[in-house]
Write a protein that binds this ligand. Structure first.
Ligand SMILES: [Zn+2]
Length: 414
């Protein structure tokens, strides 16, 4: 057992807080949450106690859209395409460790090659590497020469779709990713706003994934691709830019209403450097219009997932907070932003009963940050402790796990 206490505990849901509270951890799970005095009363006498009297304790954060196989450099595909799988696997383990050190205890990896994220997921699950819980899609489904075709998920026709989804399911993926439309990462492929699959083909993806009990995440910038993905019954739409046939961003209120009605989540990926540079170069009004869809999706009641697309250019593995500051700048209250990055995102990726919340029975995924993120959201970057499934990393130092055995430590970041 381990007792973690802090000046304030934010269990996750907006509006909830416990002054001078804590969490009692039993192995990989949370045994109890409450006021310090109560927990001290129920904890066995020699329970290790980590006390942070000037800090805030909250659930570990969720980054719902990352690419561990990419290096966040200006040319993220270069390294990915040049690397041998063994080298890439080591780099990916380091990136996972960086995510964890920055307080992220759960990620969805939505575009990988050679099943590398699957193996990393299993190593982290087994406790031989530090890292967040990974839900991985493996190779995303795409068309010949389509968006990210080099990741190995090219399919043709209904039979091809079924076979690829079955193959991914057999390999053990957690989610199926389909490139419903084009993307800017792929030279020569369809343009961002163009569709890659028909509505009927997307239905086949959803149907086949469903047969294997898997959710579907659809990459879509174009309005048609978003509409087709939603109609096909996907679980989440990634990016959700809303571009018309000329590549101009449009409002799509009716479609947002439909997403809300069907419970289709939106993961509007961006990262701190990107939105800040739009704001710096083009001013507040343009920046607000560029990211207006986040506000509208919230108003229409679409479930939101916080995701940075970590791995693509500018999107580093330790800056989820940079994205959360965008939500706050757009007018989301700080407690709602914390809720989005924890409870809400966990629920929208299918882990609502597992993580994202400080409550008895949940996974012991905790974050302790100096100060109060409800007063100053950037406090989320001042990390004192990260706990992932019961393993504690003081000051987010993933090379010094406090509760690992010596064997585990040697494995560490090697
Ligand atoms: Zn992506």
């Amino acid at each position: 057992m381990m007792l973690v206490t802090a000046a304030v505990v934010l269990p996750g849901p907006a509006g909830e807080s416990i002054v001078d509270g804590g969490v009692l951890v039993d192995d990989a799970h949370i045994a109890a949450v409450g006021p310090r005095a109560t927990l001290e009363g129920v904890a066995p006498p020699d329970t290790p106690h980590l006390d942070f009297p000037t800090a805030t304790l909250l659930p570990g954060l969720v980054n719902g859209h990352v690419h561990l196989a990419m290096d966040a450099s200006p040319d993220p595909l270069g390294a990915l395409l040049r690397s041998e799988p063994a080298t890439l696997a080591v780099d990916m383990a380091h990136r996972a460790a960086r995510l964890l050190a920055a307080g992220v205890t759960t990620v969805r990896d939505l575009g990988d090659r050679d099943g590398l994220a699957l193996r990393l997921r299993d190593a982290i699950d087994a406790g031989t590497r530090p890292g967040p819980r990974i839900l991985t899609a493996g190779s995303p489904l795409t068309i010949p020469r389509g968006h990210c075709h080099f990741l190995g998920g090219v399919v043709e026709g209904v039979a091809g779709i079924r076979a690829k989804v079955a193959e991914l399911a057999a390999a053990g993926v957690d989610v199926v990713k389909v490139m419903a439309g084009g993307g800017h990462l792929t030279p020569g492929g369809p343009r961002m706003w163009e569709s890659q699959f028909s509505r009927a083909e997307l239905r086949t993806v959803v149907e086949e994934a469903g047969r294997h009990g898997l959710p579907v995440a659809a990459h879509a910038h174009g309005l048609t691709a978003i509409a087709d993905a939603v109609a096909a019954g996907v679980d989440s739409v990634e990016h959700c830019t809303g571009m018309d046939g000329q590549g101009r961003m449009r409002r799509y209120d009716d479609l947002m209403r439909e997403m809300a009605d069907r419970g289709v989540a939106a993961c509007c990926t961006t990262c701190g450097p990107d939105w800040r540079s739009v704001r710096a170069a083009e001013g507040d009004d343009v920046a607000r219009r560029t990211y207006e869809r986040l506000v509208l999706l919230e108003q229409f009641g679409v479930p939101l997932i916080t995701g940075t697309d970590a791995g693509v250019a500018n999107a580093s593995f330790d800056d989820l907070v940079g994205l959360l500051e965008l939500y706050h700048w757009l007018g989301f209250p700080a407690d709602r932003v914390v809720e989005l990055a924890t409870v809400a995102s966990a629920a929208a990726i299918g882990l609502g009963a597992v993580t994202g919340r400080l409550a008895a029975g949940y996974s012991a995924d905790l974050l302790v940050v100096e100060g109060d993120p409800l007063v100053d959201l950037s406090a989320l970057a001042r990390i004192r402790l990260v706990v992932a499934r019961g393993r504690a990393y003081p000051a987010g130092d993933v090379t010094r796990p406090a509760t690992m055995t010596s064997t585990d430590s040697e494995e560490g970041l090697r």
